[in-house]
Design a protein around this ligand. Sequence first.
Ligand SMILES: C[S@@+](CC[C@H](N)C(=O)[O-])C[C@H]1O[C@@H](n2cnc3c(N)ncnc32)[C@H](O)[C@@H]1O
Length: 203
Amino acid sequence: MPHPRFALPTPPPTWSDIFGNTNPVEVEIGPGKGGFLLALARNTPGRNFFGVEILGRRAARLASLIERDGPGNVIAIHADITCLLPLMVWPASVTAYHLYFPDPWWKRRHHNRRLFRDDFTTALVRTLTPGGTIFLASDVEQYFTEIVRQFTGVAELTPFAWERDQVNRRGKPILTDFERKYRYEGRPLFYTGFRKGEERKIT
Ligand SMILES: C[S@@+](CC[C@H](N)C(=O)[O-])C[C@H]1O[C@@H](n2cnc3c(N)ncnc32)[C@H](O)[C@@H]1O
């Protein structure tokens, strides 16, 4: 028997254990400072939002923002999504993943730190609900193309185009911090979405 301090809860908690309701759940991977997650949660009270941030100080800052001024439908934790996903997230339980500007880890010897590997993609798709979506944005065309190639290889996923269309309480578009900065700098940005469970059209 493992010591209770080192054991993961089995079975893992369900989203309704975590949020206290059965509303659909959207997960942002690497929310950074979390402004996007908070604004989206404020705009969408009928859904739950869960942020997973690997950097302790960013996660702590976001958690205290939520405590101070957050709506009740958002939670952020300090964790590595690649560990959390296979062990702690129920299959077919997440309505949407938001993945914006994942770190490209430029140096070849650091490529193993990139999020996108086959096992991660498999876990992501397994935990999506039927009809669930993945929203992806990047400023790094080469990495973006690699991620798209991985998703395109999954028969259950169908690509779709999307654009930012939500505004915050002050009428400003809801963007992530990196997105706002890169748009200001005029960098080309790459966006795509994938939906689970639709027939792939062969053209
Ligand atoms: C380039 S930043 C983008 C932040 C935010 N998405 C934005 O667009 O402003 C990437 C974020 O992903 C987080 N991150 C990287 N790997 C992660 C992992 N395995 N699990 C959770 N977060 C991760 C980083 O700490 C960082 O906050």
